[in-house]
Design a protein around this ligand. Sequence first.
Ligand SMILES: Nc1ncnc2c1ncn2[C@@H]1O[C@H](COP(=O)(O)OP(=O)(O)OP(=O)(O)O)[C@@H](O)[C@H]1O
Ligand SMILES: [Mg+2]
Length: 246
Amino acid sequence: MRRREISPPSSLALEASHISVTYPGGIRAVRDVSISIAQGEVLALIGESGSGKTSLARALASLVPYSGQVSLMGNPVSSLNRLERSRRLQLVFQNPYTYLNPAKTVGQILEEPLIIHARGKRPGPAMTEEMLTALDLDPAYRTRSIRELSGGERQRVAIGCALMLNPSVILADEALSALDVLVQARILALLRSHTCLFISHDISAAAYFSHRIAVMYRGEIVEEGPTERVYTSPRHPYTQRLLRKL
Ligand SMILES: Nc1ncnc2c1ncn2[C@@H]1O[C@H](COP(=O)(O)OP(=O)(O)OP(=O)(O)O)[C@@H](O)[C@H]1O
Ligand SMILES: [Mg+2]
């Protein structure tokens, strides 16, 4: 007898329903958006400047007040404390200057999340050096201070920092913009082995490596589907316009 295929609820790494974000002054940046990301899936979120992509990511990470429900691996985020949440979900922003402490070494930055989550147990250098290599950085960078790094190198350290804990979901908000094309390709390959919401202006990069694409316009998801389908035969006029611009 054929077994029925029932996927367990936890096969969704992230499930968000009816998310709305309204900023003071009444700006409705996100309007009743529902998205889900399966384990191992890369969902690209594209849309023009001001369409609400970052606001949605901030809501998913509980960084702004929002209405609606967010679950990570089947657990409502409201049932998770901050530490549990950060183990499951990591956000990488575009500008690492604002949140990487310049006084610290690369090793300290990369090892910090592990130390916090392992309650003070210090990870060995091997793990850090392995991550640096994966990021296409010299393992010797471990002892260099953040302020000695270029913008693109800092960006890669920020991505590494998010990956160190092997979170269930990574939200990458324009996280590759500071990188040149070759390094971008390398980091895309690295991100592709994780579950990821990949926010980008760059439709080509999004199409190149995502499994699905969601298109955001004025706070709403106007189109969503398998990358190949959205890219080759977009249904919504706004998506058609975005693709014509290429
Ligand atoms: N802290 C805030 N307070 C008030 N309004 C905000 C705030 N942050 C964003 N907005 C507004 O919300 C809307 C969506 O902004 P958001 O940053 O989410 O867009 P985005 O799609 O990420 O744009 P970009 O591609 O330029 O990063 C915009 O109209 C913006 O002006
Ligand atoms: Mg943004």
